[in-house]
Design a protein around this ligand. Structure first.
Ligand SMILES: [Zn+2]
Length: 351
C-alpha cells in the first residue's frame, strides 16, 4: 500500500483503535512468517528492513561499503519479494525501512533513487515509507534535513517517519543503554516542532517516533518507565497551538515494543500510536522454534545416516532446512498473532 491507500490504512487503524505491527525482517522465512501471521489475523502488516537487515538480505558475502550499495540492494530485493507475494495473502502490506542516522544517509539516498525509478515505471514508490532518525542531531538540524527529504518523498507519494528524543536500549548496532534519562521523554513543544516543520511540506505524510520511555530490546524491569501520557500531551498541545478540531493531529510510532505490557500498548494506541515495532521478540520466537526442534529431534540430527530407528536410516527429512526453519516460522507466526491481540488488531479488516 502506498500514498492515499497507505494513509487510508493508518486512518482506519486510528479510527478503530488499533495499531499495526512492524517487524524487522532479515530473510525470506521471516517475511513469509509476517505475511502468514497477517493473513491469520486478517489484519494489515508492516514489513521493514533495517540497514543491517538489508545488508543481510543482500548476503553477507557482499561487503556493504560506504556507499551502502549492498544495504540498498538487499532492501530492494526484500521489497520485490514482498510485492511478488503480498496479494496472494489477501491483506494490506506496508513496506518500510527502519532507523537511518546521518552517517547512513547514502543508504537513504539509494532507497529514494530506487523508489523514484519504480515510480517512473509503475506510478507508485517501491516502498510505502521510510524512517529517518536524526534524533542524535539537534532538533533544528533534524527537522531541516527531514523536511528536505519529505519534499522529495512527497513527490512520489512516499511517507516519512522521523524520530525525536532517544529510544533507550540497543538495536542494530546503535547503543543508547547509557542515555541521559531526560532524553528518553519528549516534550510537547518538541512534538509540535515536528508538526510545524513537516506538515506544511506534505500534510499528514509523516509520523513521529517520540520518546516516552520506550526501550529497544527486552531487559529485566529497570529504571526507565514507559509513560504513554507524553503522547497525549503532545497531541493536545498541537491541537491547541494550531487551533485544530481533531484530538489526534499526528501519527505516533512506538519503537521498542518488545516486552511491553498490553495495558501500556493499548494506552499508547489511545493517544494516536498506529504502528508498533517488534524486533527482539520475533528474533527470540524464531530461535525458540529452532531450539525446540533440535531438542525434540536431537537423535535424528547427529549425522546424515543413523538414528534410533536403525543404524542405516537416513536423516535427510530431519535436517532439510525447510523442516527446522518451518518451526522457526510457526513460532514467529504465533508470536505475531499475540502481537495483533495486544495491538487490538485481530480481524482489523472486518472493522
Ligand atoms: Zn526503533
Amino acid at each position: 500500500m502506498t500514498g492515499d491507500d497507505y494513509l487510508a490504512v493508518l486512518d482506519h487503524a486510528r479510527a478503530n483503535g488499533y495499531a499495526i505491527p512492524a517487524v524487522n525482517c532479515t530473510m525470506s522465512p521471516i517475511v513469509n512468517a509476517c505475511l502468514e501471521a497477517a493473513k491469520k489475523a486478517n489484519s494489515p502488516m508492516i514489513i521493514q528492513f533495517s540497514n543491517g537487515g538489508g545488508a543481510y538480505m543482500a548476503g553477507k558475502g557482499l561487503k556493504n561499503e560506504a556507499d551502502q550499495k549492498a544495504a540498498v540492494m538487499g532492501c530492494v530485493a526484500g521489497a520485490l519479494h514482498v510485492r511478488a507475494l503480498a496479494e496472494f495473502y489477501g491483506v494490506p502490506v506496508i513496506l518500510h525501512t527502519d532507523h537511518c542516522s546521518k552517517a547512513l544517509l547514502p543508504w537513504f539516498d539509494g532507497l529514494l533513487e530506487a523508489n523514484e525509478e519504480y515510480f517512473a515505471k509503475h506510478g507508485e514508490p517501491l516502498f510505502s515509507s521510510h524512517m529517518l532518525d536524526l534524533s542524535e542531531e539537534s532538533i533544528e538540524e533534524n527537522m531541516e534535513i527531514s523536511a528536505k527529504y519529505l519534499k522529495r518523498m512527497a513527490a512520489i507519494n512516499c511517507f516519512l517517519e522521523v524520530e525525536i528524543g532517544i529510544t533507550g536500549g540497543e538495536e542494530d548496532g546503535v547503543d543508547n543503554t547509557d542515555a541521559n534519562p531526560e532524553d528518553l521523554y519528549s516534550k510537547p513543544e518538541e512534538i509540535h516542532q515536528v508538526y510545524k516543520a513537516l506538515n506544511p511540506v506534505a500534510p499528514g505524510m509523516f509520523s513521529i517516533a517520540a520518546a516516552f520511555g520506550n526501550v529497544h530490546g527486552v531487559y529485566s524491569p529497570g529504571n526507565v518507565k514507559l509513560t504513554p501520557p507524553i503522547l497525549e500531551k503532545g497531541q493536545a498541545y498541537i491541537k491547541e497551538k494550531e487551533g485544530l478540531d481533531t484530538d489526534k493531529p499526528v501519527y505516533f510510532v512506538f519503537h521498542g515494543g518488545s516486552g511491553s505490557s498490553r495495558e501500556d500498548i493499548r494506552e499508547a494506541i489511545g493517544y494516536g500510536v498506529i504502528k508498533m515495532n517488534i524486533d527482539t521478540d520475533t528474533q527470540w520466537s524464531f530461535w525458540d522454534g529452532v531450539k525446540d526442534y533440535v531438542a525434540d529431534k536431537k537423535d535424528y540430527l547427529q549425522g546424515q545416516i543413523g538414528n534410533p530407528d536403525g543404524p542405516e536410516k537416513p536423516n535427510k527429512k530431519y535436517y532439510d532446512p525447510r523442516m527446522w526453519l518451518r518451526e522457526a516460522e510457526t513460532y514467529t507466526v504465533d508470536r505475531l498473532y499475540a502481537a495483533y491481540e495486544d495491538l487490538n488488531a485481530v480481524d482489523a479488516l472486518s472493522k
